[in-house]
Design a protein around this ligand. Structure first.
Ligand code: MN
Length: 288
């Protein structure tokens, strides 16, 4: 019989996923770090992309009009500017440090286009699933300009934590991000550390959790993770990351699994094949 977990148990790395170069939209080069498959289901997360380039030709085509139904998209910009516009007239002009959290719900048709013709473009797009009873909810936006998200010092003074969603426990002084009250209770932190720093955070037991190192190198639990690799975490109480390089940056993501069937067809993520067919039909007949 296995020993019960102790409260200080560190979550260890179960799998390492390298970002794979690909392109999407109108020829935008990006790294696909994770995408859902029946064999690799980080429920409720569906996808994580990183785009990072100094070459305008890698991003200038942007993502012209395309639909989404049944989940949420989170865009986090580090460098550059992207304009999001949808078919209902919603606009979000995202600059460095800004986040747009879009609940596609029953349907959004939007474009995501760069607002620059030169210079660096760097950011992330994350897809998070919705439970079946929220998949057909009205679309909703939470635009979060950078200053609305708290940035707090790590306890050892080695760096900072930007709290994008959920609550960072910060020892005994919890700091909450602007995004709260969602069914999947997502935690999204962007951590920046100097060399020999330590990040230690308690994550709700049973929540899916992973760390994506996007600059530098770090020990995640007992495993060495280099830049542009995602570390899928196993069960335990705490996430521990020790930086090995002077500019180490990583995202910490966690959320409550939904535990429902996932049927994905491109930008539509539903529970059944019939619901996907309905989504395609609704989109093609202009019902979004
Ligand atoms: Mn989109």
């Amino acid at each position: 019989m296995p020993h019960p977990s102790t409260p200080t148990q560190i979550r260890q790395v179960e799998q390492i996923l390298p970002g794979r170069p690909t392109h999407d939209g109108a020829g935008v080069k990006l790294l696909r770090v994770y995408s859902y498959s029946p064999e690799l289901n980080l429920d409720p997360f569906l996808m994580l992309d990183e785009f990072a380039t100094d070459e305008a030709s890698d991003y200038i085509g942007g993502f012209p009009d395309h639909p989404h139904r049944g989940f949420e998209t989170v865009t986090y910009m580090l460098d550059g500017r992207m304009l999001h516009q949808d078919h209902m007239g919603n606009r979000g002009d995202l600059g460095p440090g800004d986040v747009q959290w879009m609940t596609a719900g029953r349907g959004v048709i939007h474009s995501e286009m760069p607002q620059q013709t030169e210079g660096r473009m760097h950011g992330f797009q994350l897809w998070i699933n919705l439970p079946s009873d929220e998949k057909m909810c009205p679309p909703a936006y939470r635009d979060m300009p950078s200053p609305t998200m708290p940035v707090v010092d790590l306890l050892d003074g080695s760096g900072t934590v930007k709290v994008i969603a959920g609550t960072y426990s910060n020892g005994l002084d919890p700091i909450s991000g602007p995004l709260q009250g969602m069914t999947t209770a997502p935690l999204m932190l962007d951590v920046q550390m100097g060399a020999h720093g330590q990040f230690l955070e308690t994550i709700t037991a049973g929540h899916t959790a992973f760390v994506y190192v996007y600059e530098g190198e770090a020990m995640v639990g007992d495993e060495r993770i280099s830049a542009r690799h995602l570390a899928v975490l196993g069960p335990g109480a705490q996430v521990q990351v020790n930086s090995l390089e002077s500019d180490t940056r990583f995202l910490v993501l966690a959320a409550a699994p939904i535990g429902e069937p996932v049927v994905q067809y491109g930008p539509f993520v539903m529970n059944t094949r019939a619901e996907i067919e309905q989504a395609v039909q609704d989109y093609q007949s202009g019902k979004f």
